[in-house]
Design a protein around this ligand. Structure first.
Ligand SMILES: C[S@@+](CC[C@H](N)C(=O)[O-])C[C@H]1O[C@@H](n2cnc3c(N)ncnc32)[C@H](O)[C@@H]1O
Length: 400
């Protein structure tokens, strides 16, 4: 017998947990699904809510499966290993709906689109932490504790074989590109390297230790150099899927003036440059020096591209993007673009494509765009992080 409490589980919430109630308090419960009755172990208490893990499933919901990963429940990397893939997408859709309704008063009746029926073996970039014994590990949920890992079922086959080796570094990032390049990026002080069959190795600061310091990615006929741990989407279908969603949402015309904000190594810039042609202009704004360097190299054939290697907020404040724009693409980090929304709207673009990896930040910024005269024309969501609570959205806004 155990004294651990039993709860009835309600809706999914942002963050991958479900909401339950215990003695009048809200409990965020992991490893469960809406409609289940579960025994929980409390993992955190604070004044406003509790956190808990489901430790025994008393009534299972439809769509519950045996996790394919032997570390499920322990490892903090995946939240949805116990949920069948189509049901994962349904729950992600519910999270987007709830955030849009709650934060932006927007009713969304769309569905999260599957980009690949295979929910395993998709990651083209994996960052592991190094344990004190030199083995690689992943962190427990909301913890600094490391679990030693011998395999990761969401890691792709094309990654360099870093697991099973002993490392001296703080972190080891394994990268496998669409062109078959393999690269290892080491964070922190490093020691002697394992052999790894001649795979390229670089430090997070860009020091080349073996072979090349970058990989090449190819999308829709364009090639992109991505150095070290520079940003590139982790799902192999992501870059192409997002380019298609952005370009079909914007309907870019030759001669237009466009901005690609948070541009990384220039993914959207290349396609926008092609669409506006030599009579148009594309401002490509990226603040990370490594990303901006790669963008310069990747985009050098486009005379219509103006590279702006500073933060979006600075570029907008300094009028680096001129007096007005026809179109804007923005693809900010998880925190969104809170301070950029007003200045972007002030440039009066006819359409805006907002690529977002956090539906809460997106919903908050859509509410601010609405106050500035932009309404949501279309929102698509893509299952680009299967087995996890993460989801990618592309929202297209029009001037009202
Ligand atoms: C989600 S990534 C998108 C990159 C690119 N659009 C792509 O799809 O490959 C966000 C990018 O914004 C950059 N970034 C973060 N904060 C920034 C800021 N305040 N101003 C400009 N760029 C920023 C990051 O370095 C990163 O390259």
């Amino acid at each position: 017998m155990t004294d651990d409490p039993i709860v009835d589980v309600g809706a999914i919430a942002h963050g991958g947990h479900c909401i339950a109630h215990l003695d009048g308090q809200v409990v965020f419960v992991r490893h469960t699904m809406p409609g289940e009755r579960v025994r929980i172990k409390i993992t955190e208490r604070n004044k406003r809510f509790l956190r808990a893990d489901a430790v025994e499933i008393l009534t299972a919901a439809p769509g519950r499966v045996t996790p394919p990963c032997r570390y499920a429940g322990e490892c903090g990397g995946c939240d949805f290993q116990h949920i069948e893939a189509a049901m994962q997408r349904q729950l992600l859709g519910d999270v987007i709906r709830e955030q849009l309704s709650h934060l932006a008063r927007i009713d969304w009746d769309g569905e999260v689109e599957a980009v690949n029926p295979e929910a395993l073996g998709w990651r083209t970039r994996m960052t592991y932490a190094v344990r004190s014994d030199g083995r690689l590990g992943l962190r427990r949920h909301r913890s600094h504790d490391l679990i030693a890992i011998d395999e990761c079922v969401i890691a792709g086959d094309g990654l360099p074989p870093v697991l099973g080796e002993t490392w001296k570094a703080d972190t080891v990032e394994a990268v496998g590109s669409s062109e078959g390049d393999q690269l290892v990026v080491l964070g922190g002080n490093h020691g002697k390297l394992p052999k790894l069959g001649g795979v390229s190795v670089v430090t997070a600061d860009g020091e080349r230790l073996r072979g090349r310091a970058s990989v090449t990615e190819t999308v829709g006929g364009h090639s992109f150099r991505v150095s070290g741990s520079g940003f590139w989407q982790v799902h192999p279908e992501a870059a192409g899927t997002l380019v298609e969603a952005v370009m079909s949402g914007l309907d870019t015309q030759p001669g237009e003036t466009v901005a690609d904000l948070y541009a990384g190594v220039g993914l959207f810039t290349a396609f926008l440059a092609e669409a506006v042609g030599e009579s148009g202009t594309v401002f490509s704004v990226e603040s990370d020096p490594g990303g901006a360097r790669d963008a310069r190299r990747n985009l050098h054939t486009f005379s219509q591209v103006r590279l702006v290697a500073e933060s979006v907020d600075d570029a907008l404040r300094d009028n680096a993007l001129g007096e007005s724009l026809d179109l804007v693409v923005l693809d900010p980090p998880r925190t969104g673009a809170k301070h950029a929304v007003g200045p972007i709207a002030a440039l009066s673009p006819r359409k805006i494509a907002y690529v977002a990896c956090d539906p809460a930040a997106l919903a908050r910024d859509l509410a601010t765009f609405a106050e500035a005269g932009y309404r949501l024309e279309n929102l698509r969501a893509f299952d680009l992080f299967p087995m996890t609570q993460h989801v990618e959205c592309v929202a297209v806004l029009v001037s009202t």
